[in-house]
Design a protein around this ligand. Structure first.
Ligand code: ARG
Length: 459
């Protein structure tokens, strides 16, 4: 049998394999709520504009609501021969309402319909991702406030560099997430133009009111060019790009958790709720959730790359290639949502091992820069010369196998005779972090202030 929606000029139905490659119902059925919302807005407008008689509008509206109820109740049967969600809804509508249902598709096409549905879905998803990112920021800010004084090694090249505080490290991720949220909001603002009414590609000769449908669906305005309306998937690309950057942030944090929970580092402890055991090695506490957050960035970035490649060679306007926007976008944004939730759970529960961190913060001559700064500040040495003197002292301490603070004053004075007892005050880790009071620095008082101000902003 040929297709009921477009089969007028076809003598026979599609080949089995044609149906299989063509159908999107398997994955676009999740657009049912958006599709029905769009249709309700469209038919109401057709009525107001005098394009459809009131009784048809009423019948179609009631029918669409029954279809929505059936889908919500799970009693709706999705059929592959109906290709996609748009034709599935319309076909069921026809069974319920009769021939009047055929008037719903006046002055629109599946091309503007699918663009509208996808925008509605992406918009809702960006809003909920923004909220989830805020939840993670809140959890991090609380952890930061609690550990504003907890010292830990700061790294460059994963080599101990200078001591920082655990709270400061948490706040670094709060800042990244703030930028992620800014990108979600920017993407949302740019996508918020309604394609409905662009029809297949050229607009329509019916006297439709695109401003009415745009505003009924919560869009700021209709899209301005009918070709662009149906050919554009920037909103999906942009959301995936924002999601990819966010996923990279989450992945970096997850990587730190994996390293930090290893027996060799032992910097933090994840709760039992976010750790798994090994079926053979009883001692193991594996950070599986963190590893999966790290891994899922792969499919999120993959979805962006995939869609960029789908779009890059397409002539205007719509091509069926664009149906391939869906699975990757759904999957990637859903994966990001899961990652945000899992990381929030991990952060809420995790506890830094303060003693191990303090020990590690002091090892590896992490306060060498403090010594060099002291030589500059107190003795007036040029920084380069102070760096050199400090290097000699690190060499001497390392040869003895002791920390800088364990060198005697005469040993210090061999490298620079003017050094006094006062130098020992800057060599401790706590002194080191407390002195980093420059704006954005790691001093506990800064960290407390910043954490507090984030907590207030996020309240
Ligand atoms: N399922 C299609 C998609 O996702 C809907 C649009 C179909 N349009 C068309 N001209 N065949 O893109």
């Amino acid at each position: 049998m040929s297709n009921r929606m477009w089969g007028g000029r076809f003598a026979s139905g599609p080949a089995e394999i044609m149906e299989e490659i063509n159908a999107s119902i398997g994955f676009d059925k999740r657009l049912a709520p958006q599709d029905i919302r769009g249709s309700l807005a469209h038919v109401a407008m057709l009525g107001q504009a005098g394009i459809l008689p009131a009784e048809d509008v009423a019948a179609i509206e009631a029918g669409l609501k029954s279809v929505r109820d059936e889908i919500e109740a799970g009693s709706f049967t999705f059929k592959r021969e109906l290709e996609d969600i748009h034709m599935s809804v319309e076909s069921r509508l026809t069974e319920i309402v009769g021939p009047a249902a055929g008037r719903l598709h006046t002055a629109r096409s599946r091309n503007d319909q699918v663009a509208t549905d996808m925008k509605l879905w992406v918009r809702d998803t960006l809003d909920s991702l923004d909220q989830q990112a805020a939840d993670l920021q809140r959890a991090l800010s609380q952890k930061s406030l609690k550990h504003a004084d907890t010292v830990m090694p700061g790294f460059t090249h994963l080599q101990s560099a200078q001591p920082v505080t655990f709270g400061h490290h948490c706040l670094a991720y709060v800042e990244m997430l703030a930028r992620d949220r800014g990108r979600f909001r920017d993407a949302r603002a740019r996508l918020n133009e309604c394609p409905l009414g662009a029809a297949a590609l050229a607009g329509t000769s019916f006297p439709i009111d695109r401003h009415a449908t745009a505003s009924a669906l919560g869009f700021d305005r209709p899209t301005a060019n009918s070709l662009d309306s149906v050919a554009d998937r920037d909103f999906a690309l942009e959301s995936l790009a924002a999601a990819s950057i966010c996923a990279v942030h989450l992945s970096r944090f997850a990587e730190e958790l994996v390293v930090w929970t290893s027996a060799q580092f032992n910097f933090v402890r994840l709760s039992d709720g976010f750790t798994t055991g090994s079926s053979i090695m009883p001692q193991k506490r594996n950070p599986d959730a963190a590893e999966l957050v790290r891994a899922k960035s792969g499919r999120i970035i993959g979805a962006l790359t995939g869609l960029l490649i789908v779009m890059k060679g397409l002539p205007l306007a719509y091509s069926k290639d664009m149906q391939e926007d869906k699975e990757g976008t759904f999957d990637a944004l859903q994966a990001l949502s899961l990652c945000l939730a899992a990381l929030t759970g991990m952060v809420k529960d995790l506890e830094p091992n303060a003693e191990v961190l303090a020990q590690a913060a002091g090892s590896g001559y992490a306060t060498a820069t403090d010594l060099a700064d002291w030589l500059v500040r107190e003795l007036g040495l040029p920084f380069r010369q102070a760096h050199h003197v400090t290097g000699r002292l690190v060499g001497a301490a390392s040869a003895k196998g002791v920390g800088l603070e364990e060198l005697s004053l005469p040993e210090m004075q061999e490298a620079e005779p003017r050094i006094t007892e006062a130098v020992y005050a800057v060599l401790g880790v706590a002194n080191s972090v407390a002195s980093r009071t420059s704006y954005g620095g790691t001093a506990p008082e800064n960290v407390r202030q910043q954490a507090q101000s984030w907590i207030e902003r996020l309240a």
